[in-house]
Design a protein around this ligand. Structure first.
Ligand SMILES: O=C(O)CCC(=O)C(=O)O
Ligand SMILES: [Fe+2]
Length: 324
């Protein structure tokens, strides 16, 4: 059975803010370890990722304070997955799902002009954590390129504008402990099966669990919480860019670990933080082996997907899978 390996990024130093610049030779050792995971499960844990646990905790505390507000308060900040703001429970459907997910989220778009909840540290934490995820994404992209024997900057040089208005977003998600009288509909999941759109997704999950990825052979495996790690997943555009060398795994949260199939009985709510790395909008994504896919400009790719999503109503389902 394929497993999800732990990859150590200590070679960059232990602090996201340090200026350690590892040599290509140092990074190639990490790249070799990563290659197998990226081509087979498309998913790995990363330790010594450089983000301070304190910074993540600060965001988690502020986000949980927001999620615990009355629904009328939260709805004042309503957005959707393609705009900044709050996405209430029972709205978002992903992949081929026919029923909306039992989760709620707050989505952050850099430089957005929407109002922010007046919760201490809320806005500052989103900005800080997003910045540190961006540093980490740049490191991951360097290693990814070297693992394919490409020049180190191959992907990274197309991810320069992430902290300005662009496609890269970050989401805090809450999978709340549901009341005993909650009535789930058939086919409803905590987070429906889907692949992500961008290049690389980085996830912080708390210690509750529930995330699963689907291997190439169609087997669902648990991506259990591991202290001090983030989960890294390949997303659709990176699969396309690497001419299907890297695998963008379908993933989901079927239910929380202690829950019945009706989402009753969870010991705790689950919190996760998801950073969706996307290339700069003018990037021409051309498969590295030159074949298989037509070159596509990143902004067109996102426009197509967003249009599809909004045509069907953001709440509606849409599907996007690559042929592998
Ligand atoms: O909550 C998670 O762990 C993953 C959620 C996810 O896959 C997504 O929001 O795209
Ligand atoms: Fe996802």
């Amino acid at each position: 059975m394929a497993g999800v390996p732990v990859i150590d990024f200590q070679v960059y130093g232990l602090d996201g803010a340090t200026d350690i610049v590892p040599t290509d030779t140092d990074l190639k050792k990490v790249a070799v370890e990563m290659y197998d995971a990226l081509t087979n499960v498309g998913c790995l844990y990363i330790k010594n990722h450089g983000m301070s646990p304190k910074m993540v905790k600060r965001l988690e505390a502020a986000a949980l304070q927001f999620f615990s507000l009355p629904i009328e308060e939260k709805m004042k900040f309503k957005g959707n997955a393609i705009t900044h703001g709050y996405v209430p429970m029972g709205v978002e459907r992903l992949g081929n799902a026919t029923e909306p997910d039992v989760k709620e989220s707050f989505v952050y778009f850099p430089e957005n002009l929407a109002p922010w909840p007046e919760i201490e540290d809320f806005k500052e934490s989103f900005i800080d954590v997003f910045h540190n995820f961006t540093i980490l994404l740049h490191r991951i992209l360097e290693v990814l390129a070297l693992s394919l024997d490409l020049e180190r900057e191959f992907f990274k040089k197309h991810h320069c504008t992430l902290e300005r208005q662009g496609g890269t977003v970050m989401r805090t998600a809450l999978y709340p402990k549901m009341p005993d009288d909650f009535k789930k509909t058939d086919g409803q999941l905590r987070c429906s099966e889907h692949t992500d759109w961008g290049t690389v997704t980085v996830i912080h999950q708390d210690n509750v669990g529930g995330l699963q990825v689907k291997t190439k052979s169609g087997e669902w495996i648990d991506v259990k919480p591991k202290d001090g790690t983030f989960v890294v997943q390949i997303a659709d555009l990176m699969q396309r860019w690497t001419s299907n060398k890297f695998y963008a795994p379908p993933h989901r949260v079927l239910k929380l670990p202690d829950e019945t199939n009706s989402f009753i009985g969870a010991k705790r709510s689950r919190f996760s933080l998801i950073y969706f790395g996307n290339p700069d909008s003018d990037t021409v994504v051309q498969g590295i082996d030159g074949s298989k896919y037509e070159p596509i400009i990143a902004s067109h790719y996102y426009e197509e997907l967003n249009e599809k999503a909004s045509k069907q109503g953001y709440e509606e389902t849409f599907h996007h899978t690559l042929d592998i």
